[in-house]
Write a new protein. Structure first.
Length: 434
């Protein structure tokens, strides 16, 4: 049964992956057609074609390897010195394997001279290239909101899980009381496991981070604490101790290995599935975007640990980069966890949402062959044309992004090497969630 659930989880992730790719390319396709650019192909996947059908002027299809997709737009680059127009795909994967695809003049049909990508105004090209990543962002936001507001997420609550019997500095990393340790304020006040804290010092709160901040901010004070016990409200009085406690960052997350002197009550909060309102969901997503940006920025620093995990048997770090294979494996593990089916589905949706958020951010990097590289080229062309008008100089014409292809091949080569390293690590030493 476990193997069957593992396979089911992998299948769910692969379906989500394929939909995400198709959704991304749909953004490029719809805006390209909106601006009159001819699109001969729209493909999900790479390699041999499993199915295709031509509708109008575009061939739609599915290929065998579900690791990407592309649309083919004619005239991605302006003519070179020989007057030939080279075609390119919007997908970085396709661009890497095409080896400077055949000249676009071979695909031109009568009337196509005015339907080339490079002939469109820079702002239209920006929209076409931005539309793909933007679709991933839209999907990520929709999935995050569905989970946060519909299913809820696991987080600490104001319900008491256990009560500490004494005051121990968290920096000591022990949980056994000594005779010299003073009793904890929670134990002295009569707080019990199962109590739900309703208010602290007259401040109503149902949020753990808010309650934690209130406790930390009141060392040495005796405060009233209202708890719900067996369906009734009960007021307790506790003198908040001063203790060494774990430092929290601006997002309310614990900073490992760092401690501050603050108020201490002495209980552990229970975790539960809590639905978020719209404002809380926006805050949560904003924090995740920040985390994702930091993660992409720190990728080079994580390569040594990734190499050691792949080839030296070192432990795989929880925040280690994962590829599609690793993510699919995690998707499978989600469905083997001993949690309710609704939470399995919620975690799977979170995984697909995170994948889409990463696709958006990664594709926005201003490097060819990524979408962001084409956006940067169009913006640069717009800037220099505006400068030429202001300075009353001749129009410099389209910016030849093709001249940056050597850089694109370097970027693609680095990406390929990194992808292979991640793939090896995902196979021999995968990230596990259980």
């Amino acid at each position: 049964m476990t193997h069957l659930m593992m396979i089911l989880g992998i299948v769910v992730f692969v379906i989500g992956l394929l939909f995400s790719i198709a959704w991304h390319e749909l953004g490029h396709l719809s805006t390209a057609k909106l601006f009159g650019i001819r699109v001969p192909q729209y493909m999900v996947g790479f390699g041999p074609t499993l199915w295709s059908r031509k509708k109008g002027e575009t061939e739609y299809g599915i290929k065998a390897i579900p690791f990407g997709g592309y649309i083919r737009m004619i005239g991605m680059f302006p003519p070179g010195d020989d007057g030939r127009i080279t075609a390119r795909s919007t997908s970085p994967w396709r661009s890497m394997i095409e080896d400077a695809r055949s000249a676009a003049f071979e695909e031109l049909q009568p009337g196509d001279e005015k339907r080339l990508f490079y002939t469109r105004a820079p702002w239209k090209r920006v929209i076409v290239m931005f539309a793909g990543p933007f679709m991933n962002l839209v999907l990520a936001v929709a999935l995050f909101l569905t989970v946060l507001m519909g299913f809820g997420i696991s987080q600490q609550t104001t319900t008491v899980s256990s009560v500490s019997q004494c005051v121990i500095a968290q920096s000591e990393n022990r949980d056994t009381c000594r005779s010299t340790d003073p009793p904890s304020p929670a134990a002295a006040a009569g707080l019990k496991a199962g109590d739900t804290i309703v208010s602290f010092d007259g401040v109503h709160t149902d949020d753990w981070n808010r309650l934690s901040d209130l406790i930390r901010a009141n060392p040495g004070r005796e405060v009233p604490i209202v708890v719900e016990r067996d369906g009734h409200d009960l007021t307790l009085h506790a003198k908040i101790a001063t203790n060494q406690v774990a430092k929290k960052d601006s997002h309310g997350q614990i900073v490992e290995g760092q401690y501050v002197t603050a108020g201490f009550l002495g209980f552990s909060a229970a975790t539960g599935i809590v639905r978020q309102d719209f404002g809380e969901s926006l805050t949560w997503m904003g924090e995740r975007v920040g985390d994702a940006v930091d993660s992409i920025a720190s990728l080079p620093a994580k390569i040594p640990a990734l190499w050691e995990a792949a080839f030296d048997g070192a432990p795989r770090q929880p925040d280690s980069p994962m590829g599609v294979v690793g993510a699919a494996r995690v998707g499978g593990e989600i469905f083997t966890l001993d949690i309710p089916a609704t939470q399995q589905l919620a975690m799977a949706l979170m995984l697909v949402a995170g994948f889409n958020l990463s696709l958006f951010l990664f594709n926005m990097l201003p490097l060819l062959p990524l979408d962001g590289g084409h956006i940067a080229g169009a913006l640069w062309e717009s800037l220099r044309r505006h400068l030429a008008r202001v300075l009353r100089r001749p129009d410099p014409g389209p910016f030849d992004v093709a001249k940056l292809m050597p850089v694109a091949y370097v970027v693609a080569s680095v990406f390929i090497c990194f992808t292979i390293l991640v793939l090896i690590a995902d196979v021999v030493n995968p990230v596990r969630i259980s």
